[in-house]
Design a protein around this ligand. Structure first.
Ligand code: TGC
Ligand code: FAD
Length: 393
């Protein structure tokens, strides 16, 4: 009897019926509908937009929001759904993360009732797509330095500046844009900028070797006039966009387990089939060590996420705990993808197998939503009380 699958520690036993159902429904969608398309989309550098209504049917957009036509799942079910999506491709999970955590969440948390009533049901059904503009060309890890400005002019806000590396930027119907309304980072506010608003343009960033099945864009605002009610009135300071990142980072921590699991399963199957020196390579100790490391780290990542999900459902999750999970799970997923690539030998670099695609994608995931090193410093600050973000600090 050999162990099949990647639930070595029987995490399944800890899940409710609803949680298992949400995971299994998404798993079927990814296997039957998404996987057959992904290689072509990755080659062409496109996202399969035709699948958006089916993704919406999974209940993933705004999954944890109660009301407004959202699914109202708990945080563990949501995490499991993201895990399955990223088993397909990090670009698919990114699409869902941005829509849910970075666009619907700030509207729900910081918006007016009218903004919620208008946007959330449309976005839950995938009828409207959103993007999140925080990063600028000169301000990535340090978003508090942003230069984008919103100035009140009578009944309008006037937006000037630009945002860089924005997922879904050019395909979005609405952008949540973070801008200073004064000189300090305490004056940062969120704005809803609709596609087609004069003075707003979005252009694609070309030449990516990572997350190719995900649109990444630059946004530019040149005297872009917005009605006064375009502001998210309850957003005050840098803490507002950072609170959205907590949601997305939590989702990434789950998501990358899926990418790692796909790499592990591919490597194990390959190693059992591939014969060298007269034996399946899975019988060599060095190959077994790689497979064991992969499954061990997948199991630890699952346990960490499950615990954090339960804490989040009790409203007890702290941002540094999310940083620990993002940091650990992404870096191990990337290492697992690299180990799997090694096990596949030359085949490891071909897109006939999903491994090289996951590996390339995970390089972005390692950097976005706070780089690996930024999360090290967030946890470091939490356990020492000392801030190591600034040179000479
Ligand atoms: P700092 O002084 O630490 O904090 C400023 C204010 O924010 C509060 N705060 C938080 N609030 C909620 N959640 C968090 N995680 C928070 N972290 C901090 C803090 O309490 C303070 O509030 P107040 O009221 O006292 O003013 O700010 P800092 O300037 O020192 O920066 C801290 C740092 C470096 C941790 C932060 O700027 C950071 O996280 N940098 C990384 C930037 C980042 O992650 N960008 C992601 C962009 S979005 C993206 O990548 C999407 S990818 C999407 C996809 O395709 O999936
Ligand atoms: P930098 O901040 O310039 O960092 C460069 C290096 O310096 C990193 O290794 C970093 O860890 C290190 N470093 C920086 N500061 C410190 C320090 N204090 N101590 C030690 N080391 C430090 N942003 C959005 O707003 N919305 C999106 O939808 C979005 N989608 C993205 C999609 C993709 C595919 C990618 C690649 C990025 C996306 N981003 C998005 C941007 C992303 O969040 C940033 O790239 C990320 O925050 C890092 O910023 P940076 O690239 O400017 O790197």
């Amino acid at each position: 009897m050999t162990f099949e699958g990647w639930d070595f520690c029987r995490i399944d036993d800890e899940l409710s019926e609803e949680e298992r159902m949400a995971r299994d429904t998404t798993r079927r969608f990814v296997d039957d509908r998404f996987k057959p398309l992904i290689t072509e989309h990755f080659r062409k550098g496109t996202f399969p937009m035709q699948l958006v209504p089916e993704i919406a049917e999974l209940g993933v957009f705004g999954a944890t929001i109660k009301g407004y036509d959202c699914a109202g799942m708990n945080n563990v079910a949501y995490g499991l759904v993201l895990q399955e999506l990223e088993r397909g491709d990090s670009g698919l999970r990114s699409f869902a993360s941005v829509q849910s955590s970075l666009v619907m969440y700030p509207i729900w948390r910081y918006g007016t009732e009218a903004q919620k009533q208008h946007w959330l049901p449309l976005m839950a059904r995938g009828k409207k797509i959103g993007c999140f503009g925080l990063t600028e060309a000169d301000f990535g890890s340090d978003p508090g330095g942003m230069r984008t400005r919103a100035t009140l002019d009578g009944d309008h806000w006037v937006l000037n500046g630009s945002k860089m590396w924005i997922t879904n930027g050019s395909i979005a119907d609405v952008a949540v844009v973070w801008a200073k309304t004064g000189d300090s980072q305490d004056s940062i506010k969120g704005f809803l900028v609709e596609k087609g608003t004069p003075g707003f343009t979005a252009s694609n960033i070309e030449g990516k070797f990572s997350l190719r099945a995900s649109v990444t864009s630059e946004l530019a605002f040149d005297g872009c006039r917005l009605k006064k009610d375009a502001v998210l009135p309850e957003s005050h300071g840098l803490g507002a966009p950072l609170s959205c990142l907590n949601q997305a980072r939590y989702g990434i921590s789950w998501g990358v387990i899926g990418a790692a699991a796909d790499c592990y399963e591919t490597a194990r199957a390959y190693a059992l089939e591939r014969v060298q020196f007269g034996s399946p390579i899975a019988g060599f100790q060095l190959v077994q060590e790689k497979l064991v490391t992969m499954l061990t780290e997948i199991s630890k990542a699952q346990l960490l996420c499950l615990r954090l999900g339960r804490l989040k459902d009790q409203d007890k999750l702290r941002p540094p705990q999310v940083s620990m999970a993002k940091r650990n799970n992404v870096s191990w997923a990337l290492e697992i993808a690299r180990l799997a690539r090694e096990v596949l030998g030359a085949n490891g670099i071909a897109d006939e197998y999903p491994v090289i695609r996951h590996m390339l994608n995970l390089e972005s995931v390692y950097t976005y939503e706070g780089t690996h090193d930024i999360h090290t410093l967030i946890v470091g600050r939490d356990i020492t009380g000392l801030d190591a973000f600034h040179a000479g600090a």
